[in-house]
Design a protein around this ligand. Structure first.
Ligand code: NDP
Length: 242
């Protein structure tokens, strides 16, 4: 039977990094968490660690049918959604051009369209009882630079979309945009340009904050009194210049 008192958070891209850390932080704050992602074994490991407060569901955010099935599962078994964290993302940095065209498209499909699809699919359940929409953007949503054009486009897009949604959904749903700087996760593992990958990894090794640092901020934001919304939170490692 669904437990109607305990808040439920749905987190996309919960199999590693900021998503996994957010799941741990929200469980510590008394939430049940729904872990979405493609790597089922990783999701299941995390669900096992978190115990009965967590459920793992395989869902690629570029596959609307999978998200609809996940939303049906959540409605049936948990009965509510209080928080949706649009966290799934890829950062395939590199020079803009024909060689990178598939990576550019993938970033748009996962980072921006994936967040839009997850939101559209879960929105009726968020509307049921108010709720929080947390969109994981980036410093790259405010600072464009050579080499991050397509990634920055996805995050600038997310910021504009989020601000419009904030106005559209208030006061029932609070919209919070989180804009982290460098965070030590698996994000840089997937960069295919060897020079860009090496430079990015060196930069991260010098100063990156932890996924737990970001998760603490997300947990803080969603646990504020309903009268207050933290609309946009920019957080960088103290030593990060831009
Ligand atoms: P990770 O690579 O550790 O996590 C990314 C997550 O996204 C994984 O859980 C992955 O799960 C999921 N994901 C990727 N593609 C898909 C997909 N098609 N469908 C569903 N899930 C998907 O990196 P981070 O934790 O760092 O990244 C999380 C978010 O934080 C991203 O949006 C990123 O842009 C943002 N961010 C990260 C920063 C950093 O420096 N690390 C800085 C600023 C923002 P799976 O592979 O199992 O599907």
């Amino acid at each position: 039977m669904p437990d109607h008192d305990t808040p439920v958070a749905v987190i996309t891209g919960a199999s590693s990094g900021i998503g996994a850390a957010t799941a741990r932080a929200l469980v510590a704050h008394g939430y049940r968490v729904v872990l979405l992602g493609r790597r089922v074994e990783r999701l299941q490991q995390l669900a096992d660690e978190l115990g009965p407060s967590a459920v793992a569901i395989a869902a690629d955010v570029t596959d609307r049918d999978a998200l609809v099935a996940a939303a049906d599962h959540v409605r049936r078994d948990l009965g509510r959604v209080d928080v949706l964290v649009n966290n799934a993302g890829v950062m395939l940095l590199g020079p803009f051009g024909t060689e990178q065209r598939q990576e550019a498209r993938r970033m748009v499909e996962v980072n921006l369209l994936g967040a839009m699809t997850a939101t559209e699919v879960f929105l009726p359940q968020l509307h049921d009882g108010g709720g929080d929409l947390v969109n994981i953007s980036s410093v790259a949503g405010r600072t464009a630079r050579a080499g991050n054009a397509a990634y920055a486009a996805t995050k600038w897009g997310m910021n504009g979309w989020s601000e419009a949604l904030r106005q559209e959904l208030q006061p029932d749903i609070r919209v919070t945009v989180i804009e982290p700087g460098a965070v030590a996760t698996e994000l840089t593992d997937h960069i295919t340009d060897p020079d860009v990958k090496q430079n990015t990894e060196q930069f991260y090794a010098q100063l990156a904050i932890t996924a737990d640092d970001v998760a603490d901020v997300i947990a803080f934001a969603v646990t504020r009194p309903r009268r207050l919304t933290l609309n946009e939170i920019l957080l960088r490692p103290t030593a990060q210049p831009g």
